[in-house]
Design a binder for this molecule. Structure first.
Ligand SMILES: [Zn+2]
Length: 82
C-alpha cells in the first residue's frame, strides 16, 4: 500500500467539471482510501489532484511502476496498456 495520486487537468473545461471528475474518482476510491483533494493552476491549465491510498499500478509484463503513466504504454518494455 502506498500513497497514490491522480491528476485531472484541462484548460478547456471549467473548474466545476474538473472538480466533478475528481469527485467521481474520489467516490470510486472510497472513504477508507481517500486522503485529500488539492488543486493548483499551471498557466491556463487547472489541475485537481486526488490523493489516496492504493496498490501501485504495475506493468503486467515487467512489473514496472506505472503510477501516473499517461502515455498508454510501459516506458520500460513498451507494452501497450489498456
Ligand atoms: Zn513493462
Amino acid at each position: 500500500m502506498c500513497v497514490l495520486y491522480k491528476h485531472f487537468r484541462a484548460s478547456l473545461k471549467s473548474w466545476d467539471e474538473l472538480f466533478q471528475d475528481a469527485s467521481d474518482f474520489a467516490t470510486a476510491v472510497g472513504r477508507e482510501q481517500l486522503i485529500s483533494i488539492s488543486h493548483s493552476q499551471e498557466g491556463i491549465e487547472g489541475i485537481v489532484t486526488v490523493w489516496y491510498w492504493g496498490e501501485p499500478e504495475v506493468c503486467p509484463t515487467c512489473k514496472y511502476n506505472l503510477t501516473g503513466n499517461v502515455s498508454g504504454a510501459c516506458p520500460e518494455c513498451g507494452k501497450r496498456l489498456t
